[in-house]
Design a protein around this ligand. Structure first.
Ligand code: ADP
Ligand code: MG
Length: 549
């Protein structure tokens, strides 16, 4: 078919652009099959999509036999493909600093399955058949040749997978050591700039663990590594402004993912259920039990069944915490920079002025200990502006010019007695699956990402800007597809609670991988975590909760 495609494209040269549609279907190149899946209708429309299935590229089983190495090797090959395609019209989606399973490059047993976008070339509305022929009949076969295991730097590929395997092994040891996070000695946490996720190159101060929190861990490839273990419970990070508090917390937020070699955070890991909590004024809340935080509202509303189209800073943060716990998180990450102060603390003078029944809010400081003691939910909190949390912290780490010190004893000497409030687990919600519908008014499914701000889901625009642990734009699309799968895959059937539905989804994803979400989806997407899937669902304005238990 290769010769046939070549002459077909040359023959099309100068024909009207719509003729490209006739390319749809399979083309057998011998070593691989090219499938033209979707053809753009004009040169300015989103790129056309092709699939390249290579049954055998000689990848040894050691590189794909185990799911972690399979993900890492696929990621490595995808990045190589992107480099090889630089300067061509073919575009492959690859990751940034994180290594996350994605649709664009998947390993089959010994082979490779690529999803590539191509801007089919035109001179105005006429087909540029020569250029198309060069891209599809020369660049593409060259790419397939260059991805052969014989052709690649296998040492580098193996080292890449070793790094990811070590990160996974490190994270897997956190729970048995009663840690929520680990930051290796020598790790580089700061990034190049606010818009670049690459490591800071000049002037970065490598991480140095305080001796009292030092922990050593054995890893399969790197051997023994040493670093700061963050114990379960309540950890407070303090320090002067600009001393690196948010940078450390941000590294912990991303520590739920694995990083590429050279990132500086390869050995910075957090429990995989960690959720960043923040205030998010204006978000919608659909029947969430926020009663631990909000008691008697001036409106008289029942706060165990709380709904609003426009949450305040404090109620949005309360909902975010309750929803994270509902979705199964046992690790909360909080930064004073993005919280509602009135939900975090209330000092004595304010209590004296506004007391008892006039204040509906129970501050987090009164709930953070019962959350841990009664429900096993740990918190890592950055707070430089108030010493109140000394009263409740199990450990206090002070950052001083980017160097952490254990100041737990000094902080304890300054602590006061404090009476906790009660934290009862939020009521479980049962979602009405009919309210989670991605069909448009014209009856077609629509899941689309607009930048990193909005997920278009059917007729709804979901604002995702406050979902900070999306580490890759493709995860936004992936979360949209996961919502479709929650309904279409019947994970919510039988009036399952949201948590049960997410368990069922996770189980299916574990079995089938990222392809579960969209084998016929005409775009790139990346595996989301259940916490971000829940977060997107919770921000869907059409969401209806059918039942509370
Ligand atoms: P804080 O939250 O304590 O105010 P940030 O974490 O925002 O401080 O850090 C302030 C600045 O210091 C940022 O520009 C950040 O990139 C830089 N920074 C953070 N950690 C380090 C480090 N280990 N080495 C060098 N620069 C750092
Ligand atoms: Mg800060």
């Amino acid at each position: 078919d290769e010769a046939r495609l070549s002459s077909e494209l040359l023959r099309m040269d100068g024909a009207s652009y719509g003729r490209y549609k006739s390319l749809k279907g399979d083309w057998d190149f011998g070593d691989f099959t090219l499938t033209v899946q979707r053809v753009q209708s004009d040169p300015f429309a989103p790129p056309s999509r092709v699939r390249v299935l290579v049954p055998d590229t000689g990848i040894p089983k050691s590189a794909w036999g185990d799911p972690v190495r399979r993900r890492a090797t696929a990621d490595y090959l995808g990045r190589r493909a992107r480099r090889l395609l630089r300067g061509s019209l073919l575009k492959i989606d690859t990751g940034g600093q994180e290594v996350i399973e994605r649709s664009s490059c998947q390993l089959t047993d010994g082979g490779i399955d690529l999803r590539i976008g191509i801007d089919l070339p035109g001179h105005g509305r006429r087909i540029d058949g020569r250029t198309a022929e060069r891209e599809l009949c020369r660049t593409l076969p060259d790419l397939v040749d260059d991805l052969d295991w014989e052709e690649i730097d296998t040492e580098e590929a193996v080292a890449f997978a070793d790094t990811v395997a070590d990160t996974v092994a490190l994270r897997a040891q956190l729970a048995e050591r009663n840690l929520v996070a680990f930051v290796a000695e020598g790790a580089v946490l700061p990034r190049r700039s606010g818009v670049s996720d690459e490591p800071m190159t000049r002037g970065a101060v490598p991480f140095s663990p305080p001796e009292s929190l030092r922990v050593s861990v054995d890893l399969p490839h790197r051997g023994t590594v040493s670093g700061m273990g963050v114990p379960e419970g309540i950890t407070l990070i303090v320090g002067g402004g600009f001393h690196g508090k948010s940078t450390l917390l941000h590294a912990l937020e991303r520590g739920v993912y694995d990083h590429v070699p050279g990132d500086g955070r390869e050995l910075v890991v957090t429990r995989d259920d960690a959720v960043k909590i923040r205030a998010e004024e204006g978000r919608r809340v659909e029947r969430v039990d926020v009663s631990p935080f909000v008691r008697n509202l001036p409106t008289g509303a029942d706060t165990s069944d709380f709904r609003t189209e426009n949450a305040s800073g404090s109620t949005s943060q309360a909902a975010n915490i309750c929803e994270a716990v509902e979705a199964g998180s046992h690790t909360l990450l909080v930064d004073e920079d993005s919280t509602a102060t009135n939900l975090m603390i209330r000092d004595e003078r304010m209590q004296a002025l506004v007391h008892g029944d006039r204040e509906p809010l129970v501050p987090f400081i009164d709930l953070v200990r019962p959350l841990y003691r009664e429900h096993g939910v740990s918190t890592v909190l950055v707070m430089g502006g108030s010493g109140d949390y000394f009263d409740v912290a199990d450990q206090v780490v002070m950052l001083d010019a980017y160097h952490p010190h254990d100041v737990t004893d000094q902080a304890r000497a300054l602590a006061h007695e404090r009476v906790d409030a009660d934290f009862t687990l939020p009521r479980a919600r049962v979602v009405d699956p009919a309210s989670v519908d991605d069909t448009t008014a014209r009856g077609r499914g629509r899941i689309k990402r607009r930048d990193t701000d909005v997920l278009v889901f059917g007729e709804s625009d979901i604002d995702v800007r406050a979902i900070e642990q999306f580490a890759d734009p493709g995860q936004i699309t992936g979360a949209g597809l996961a919502l479709r799968e929650l309904v279409g895959g019947r994970h919510m059937d039988g009036a399952r609670t949201l948590a049960e539905a997410l368990d069922s989804l996770d189980e299916a994803l574990g079995r089938r991988g990222v392809t579960l979400l969209g084998s016929d989806f005409g775009g790139d997407y990346v595996l989301p975590r259940r916490y971000e899937v829940a977060a997107v669902l919770n921000r869907l304005r059409a969401l209806r909760v059918a039942d509370l238990r």
